[in-house]
Design a protein around this ligand. Structure first.
Ligand code: AVJ
Ligand code: FE
Length: 439
């Protein structure tokens, strides 16, 4: 790569770092100091912890490792190590205060721009294609989504604002047939892909049907009205036990008013929009709905095939719509709106097979446990992915309205416990194709 391409990459990295920081600032400047330091839910860190943790990760990887510079604040590493203190315990720690945290992340960022100026962006795997910088951009954007989830849990007057999502539209048939056979899953070429997305590998599937759109609030309300939460037939044993113990009866943030459902989002209470994808359901609720509907959740293999496989060429695309980066026309991403968009709002974002809204709107629960692909290699640290592999975490795909475009791809894998619902998670259904349905 010559100086021009390196220069262009450097500009790209700088722009992405700045965009991520603008968002962190928006999310932390929107509330007063009291709201920054307090705990809005036991499931979440205080916002001021997320902010300084973002700076600390950036310091560890870009200032110290890539830059080889002296530490900015080595004394606080332990406070902001996510493995040292549970989220619920973080408010009691001697954290940097709001002003100190802001000063700290600013100081780190100044040094990072200096490191970026002199970094060759090649020569070492961590630097190739700007990977280390891309990893830190994605880390900040992932925490921005987490901070957005904290805002959703915060009680009080609205402090965030965004235009409503675009109108819905037709999506064609309710489900499409994905042909059986091989496709390429994962990636070995995407510069900023994280270790768990690698390597690219061939996977063979049976033919299956997948819903063209995520399950809507309206459809989910039918499940509730049909007594879905009271009927153990639809639930796994673990799901039923959890639903009873946690008194689940509707998605989180829904509230019954007379004969209709209201939902509160970012401090605003309004009737549930029947055409928007359902959000804030846990894996167990998604699984129960699917069984009630006579279907099942897709595996993550099926989800990725529906998103990437182009039957005309046999190739896997980078995104459902092709290889080009997401635009406003393709997907509801980046907190541009404060809710999922109604079904059919993104016809330009449909996959080759005609599946809509795979990227953006809501994270989609899959039936798969989080595991490394064959050939998985830890890179650059085991605590990003590997320590979470196993049966305790379920994979989610596609990103939400709160995910930034830099931190979601058709290969991107998110994971969480099957009981979690504070994340922006919904789902779509799939089913096996019967022999007489194969065309
Ligand atoms: C990939 C969203 C599960 O928030 O725990 C942030 C991302 N990793 N800091 C998380 C992450 C380290 C991670 N998830
Ligand atoms: Fe983190």
């Amino acid at each position: 790569p010559g100086t021009t391409t390196t220069g262009a990459l450097r500009d790209h990295v700088a722009a992405q770092l700045t965009r991520a920081r603008d968002r962190s600032r928006l999310l932390t400047d929107a509330v007063d100091d009291h709201d920054l330091v307090r705990q809005h839910s036991k499931l979440m860190s205080p916002l001021v912890w997320d902010l300084a943790h973002i700076g600390n990760q950036e310091e560890l990887w870009l200032v110290r490792d890539v830059g080889g510079r002296e530490p900015v604040r080595q004394d606080i590493d332990e406070l902001y190590d996510a493995f040292k203190h549970a989220r619920s315990a973080r408010p009691e720690l001697p954290l940097l205060g709001p002003a100190e945290a802001r000063r700290y992340v600013g100081e780190v960022r100044d040094k990072v721009f200096d490191v970026l100026e002199s970094s060759p962006l090649e020569g070492r795997r961590l630097l190739d294609g700007g990977f280390a910088f891309g990893m830190i951009v994605q880390h900040e954007q992932q925490h921005a989504e987490t901070m957005l989830a904290t805002h959703q849990l915060r009680v009080g007057d609205p402090v965030l604002d965004a235009p409503p999502p675009p109108r819905g539209g037709p999506v064609g048939p309710a489900e499409v047939l994905v042909p059986g056979g091989p496709f390429t899953m994962g990636t070995s070429t995407e510069a900023w892909a994280l270790d768990n997305e690698r390597p690219a590998h061939r996977v063979v599937t049976d033919p299956f049907f997948i819903d063209t759109a995520p399950v809507t609030n309206g459809a989910y309300a039918d499940f509730i009205a049909d007594g879905g939460y009271r009927d153990p037939r639809w639930w796994s044993e673990a799901g039923w036990a959890h639903a009873r113990q946690a008194s689940l009866h509707a998605p989180r943030f829904w509230e019954r008013q007379g004969d209709r459902w209201l939902r509160t989002a970012f401090g605003v209470t309004a009737p549930v929009d029947p055409d928007q994808p359902v959000v804030h359901v846990c894996f167990h609720e998604a699984e129960a709905y699917a069984r009630w509907a006579g279907k099942r959740l897709p595996t993550e293999i099926e989800w990725e095939k529906a998103a990437r496989f182009d039957p005309a060429t046999g190739r896997s695309r980078r995104y459902p719509w092709g290889d080009g980066e997401p635009t406003e026309a393709h997907a509801n991403l980046g907190q541009r709106h404060l809710s999922p968009a109604p079904v059919g709002a993104y016809p330009a974002g449909a996959s080759a097979l005609g599946v809509h809204q795979l990227i953006g709107d809501v994270w989609e629960w899959t039936s798969s446990d989080f595991r490394g692909y064959a050939g998985f290699e830890v890179f650059p640290y085991a605590e990003y992915s590997q320590v979470f592999f196993g049966p305790d975490h379920k994979v989610l795909r596609g990103g939400s309205f709160g995910s930034d475009a830099s931190a979601v791809r058709s290969t991107f894998r998110n994971w969480d416990y099957p009981i979690r619902r504070q994340i922006f998670a919904g789902f779509r259904c799939a089913r096996d194709a019967e022999r007489d349905e194969l065309t």
